[in-house]
Design a binder for this molecule. Sequence first.
Ligand code: SF4
Length: 189
Amino acid sequence: MKCGHCCTNQKIIVNLTHKDLFRLEREFNLKGKDLLPFIGFYLVEGDYSEEKIVFPPIKTIKGNAYLGLKKTNEGYCIFLEPKSKACLIHENRPQICRTFPFTYNMKNGWLSWGISEAAKDCIGLGKGKKISKKHLEMQGTQTIKELEEFKIIAELWNDYIELKKLSPTPHAFLEFMFNLQNSLISTIA
Ligand code: SF4
């Protein structure tokens, strides 16, 4: 409904996966470290339970961090045009922006969906066009596939860092992701 409500929510991280980085590549024709101006590394506060987290944190120089879109000083997504509330990268926006406020879960091959806790104050809920079951199934399957792939990639990166095979810098992480693009990712896609 183009309200910009969640795009301006300071508490929401616009989480990214490898696929979202490739979407940004498509949008800007930039890859690897050249995407750094748009990418934030949000440190995980306190202990985290692997069972609870959806997006896996990655190891960085400063600690475990979530990968997300950068925000402005006001806490808005950098791709929100504040006056019109338009998304400046609509065609290539991250998967989480396509699916919010829905969340998806796959258990024993069964897909289920619900509403994100972060959407408690969503002003668009219950408004607009009805979403078909087919659409939810399609979005859910894709979201889970991308997330599962990203979990493998994040684990690989974290192992490399643990073994001191790579330097845990944002620069190195983005280069690592794009170097994988033509090898590992094509085999797990
Ligand atoms: S990428 Fe677009 S839709 Fe997603 S949070 Fe930013 S402005 Fe909103």
